[in-house]
Ligand binder design. Structure first.
Ligand SMILES: NC(=O)CC[C@H](N)C(=O)O
Length: 366
């Protein structure tokens, strides 16, 4: 069946439908990962977005039960050059097409994804829609214009109630703005006693859980959509070691008085080089973000840049000068992408152990 991807500037990409044959609106973004489409589909940070993969063949190792980064796919649409209908892998359990059908997510293939990506790079991310209907482009453009940008996606993807992943190690409160499972997995692998709380949990509620450290997760949309989370971070900052990841990094920066801005087309992929200033080392990182912290907004704060993107110089990591608190704009939990940055979880837990010693020198630490 024919399908079209229509961008808000009137550009039309012809293709064929796969997955669910229905309309879908979203912000059109591209991801340069060569593998990891299952993790991309299920990363809650993509809620509200139509994702195109620049790698030309997607779906060739199928979909399995274990590689999801959350309980379901969250993208609003999926755009590929070619999708594989006969996957070959010992872990394969279903095709990409059947997964998208199951969750009613429209896909479009046979699209010139190179042209689409160059367009987004040149003009920035745009609203768009996938449709199988043959209605005129003009009528869809009207609909696209009148559909407001999605806001506050965090409230849709964050857990509604507190849950725990018990462990014998330090107690970490993970604030869920749309957390990938990878973050929980990295903490659990290090024996943490993790308590996952909703995005709108107050500082007082977090204090009652007697944490040893706080992790702020990744999440979809604009960090300014959740002022209650910024207030919560201000309430706990300096009391416990804090580690922010992606959305968590942006919220940490806002809580410290810095500002964020929307990027032209963002960073999404598994091959983004990032420089760590303290060691002068470059790490290849997994990224998925469309907002960034404004460098000039740091002057009046107690924050300093710890990591920068090699490609465009944007801020990729921050460190608090007075408190045990730091954050990165990228994904140390990988999934998909390289595991080079897993050491950041160790660095955070070393901070937690040090802090615990200071609070109670006899406490048993990790
Ligand atoms: N992965 C994330 O946490 C992304 C953060 C934010 N939604 C952004 O696009 O910049």
């Amino acid at each position: 069946m024919q399908a079209r991807l229509i961008l808000e500037d009137g550009t039309v990409f012809e293709g064929k439908s796969f997955g669910a044959a229905k309309h879908s609106f979203g912000e059109v973004v591209f991801n340069t990962s060569m593998t990891g489409y299952q993790e991309v589909l299920s990363d809650p940070s993509y809620c509200g977005q139509i994702v195109t993969m620049t790698y030309p063949l997607i779906g060739n190792y199928g979909v399995n039960r274990d590689d999801f980064e959350s309980i379901r796919p969250f993208v609003h649409g999926f755009v590929v050059r070619e999708h594989c209908e006969v996957p070959s892998n010992f872990r394969n359990q279903q095709t990409l097409d059947s997964l998208l059908k199951e969750y009613e997510i429209p896909g479009i293939y046979d699209v010139d994804t190179r042209k689409l990506t160059r367009k987004i790079r040149q003009f920035g991310t745009m609203k768009g829609m996938i449709t199988t209907s043959s209605e005129s482009v003009e009528s869809f453009l009207e609909q696209l214009k009148s559909t407001p940008n999605m806001t506050n996606q965090i409230s849709l993807v964050s857990t509604k109630s507190v849950f725990s992943s018990p462990g014998r190690g330090p107690r970490i409160v993970l604030v869920d703005f749309g957390s990938k499972h990878g973050i929980l997995r990295e903490l659990a692998n290090r024996h943490c006693d993790v308590i996952v709380v909703p995005y709108n949990t107050t500082a007082a509620e977090i204090l009652r859980l007697r944490p040893d450290g706080i992790v702020l997760s990744n999440g979809p949309g604009d960090p300014k959509d959740v002022p209650e989370a910024i207030e919560m971070i201000q309430g706990i900052l300096g009391r416990f070691p804090l580690f922010g990841i992606c959305m968590g990094h942006q919220l940490f920066a806002l809580a410290c008085g810095a500002d964020t801005e929307k990027m032209k087309f963002g960073h999404r992929g598994g091959n983004h080089p990032v420089k760590e200033w303290a060691t002068n080392r470059t790490f290849i990182t997994s990224q998925n973000h469309g907002f960034a912290v404004k460098e000039e907004s740091l002057t009046e704060t107690d924050l300093e840049v710890s990591h920068s993107a090699v490609n465009d110089g944007t801020i990729e990591g921050l460190r608090h000068k007075k408190f045990d608190a730091f954050s990165v704009q990228y994904h140390p939990e990988a999934a998909p992408g390289p595991y080079d940055s897993g050491y950041l979880f160790d660095r955070f837990l070393d901070m937690v152990a040090e802090h615990k010693k200071e609070v109670n020198p006899y406490a048993i630490t990790r």
